[in-house]
Design a protein around this ligand. Sequence first.
Ligand code: UDP
Length: 390
Amino acid sequence: MQHRNRHIRLLFLSSETGGGHTAAAHAVATAVTQLAPQAECLIVDVLREHSALPFRYFPTVYGPLATQAPWLWEALFRVTDSRTRAELLTIASWPLAARRLRRMMRQHEPDMLVSFHPLLVRPAVRLGREWAVPVCCVVTDLVRLHAFWLDPAVDLYCLPTAEAAEAAKRMGIDAERIIVSGQPIPPSMAAPQNRLAARQALQLDPELPLVLLTGGGAGIGPLRPTAEAIAQLGIPLQLAVICGRNERLRQQLQRCRWPVPTFVLGFVHNMPQWLAAADILVAKAGPGTLAEALAAGVPTVVVYALPGQEEANVEFLRSQGAAIWAPQPQQAAAAVARLLQDPSLRQELAAKATRAARPQAATTIAKALIDLLAARRAQAGAAQASGAVA
Ligand code: UDP
């Protein structure tokens, strides 16, 4: 359905703490412009571009912190995880943030704010109130929602799973403000992908099984020992290790001698193509990557979950029968061997992945955003008209 909105501008608030928030924002932006070509979606890295110290450094320290001190990450996650503490932190940090955020609003003059990042939900609510624009939130965690995500004043929540919706309701969000949309992934992934074409485009061996390794946008988790354990299985395969923005890891892996054909890459912009080419994915339990793997129907071995934040994602995928949890490099390599040697197990996992996937999520969200904006405009028009009559 084509929507008849003219000149609407949606400001998508995100930040590259990992890759998932911004990947989700891009997926929804693509879907919005497909549905309403006259709409403009601006994606901003608010922490990097429009925030004060110390928040500005958060995208830079996220990867090293999560890699080198996951215990500290977990402690920060748990200590801040209450509605009162989230409120207090917002009140304390608002004076630091307000001037820059208001400047961002004046610069872009949006008709709607959409937060894709938990740290930006409460600031978005404040800005939305000041500018009288609706505020939406696209949650990019599958099941376990940190208190930062949840503010009852948000006009519309787009949640990835029914479990996340239940959690949001328990934490005070009005059911009428929630839709269960799925985790947004690039709309192009909804169409069947051509495995051979992807392999040709990526210059891979067309026959050898491809095991794809990723640690999300920041290259987190035991990628090196896992890649080494898989390469040493003695099974014919080719390996692609996507290090994301973990430049140190990329350099280390490029210096290694590999007993199987191995591609070591930094941050790639064609993850759907890599997934189309892959036989098995070995990944961190990031929600974006997992949702993309489900849509691509790729059997997944989860080798790492960020403590606090991502453990529930593993349980969710296992409950769907769509992934194997192998939290040690040797276990992950053994799971890869089992999958490569047992095509029926691979098929079973792939079928369950496809069943659990929600490839239309970005389009569902885009439609909900456009509908909300249209409803608000109609309300405003009606209010104006009745004011004129009176
Ligand atoms: N990604 C990418 N290029 C890379 C590595 C990751 O585009 O080199 C994308 C990946 O496809 C996914 C997102 O970054 O959409 C990672 O999100 P996820 O939620 O899995 O983990 P995060 O990076 O946020 O921890």
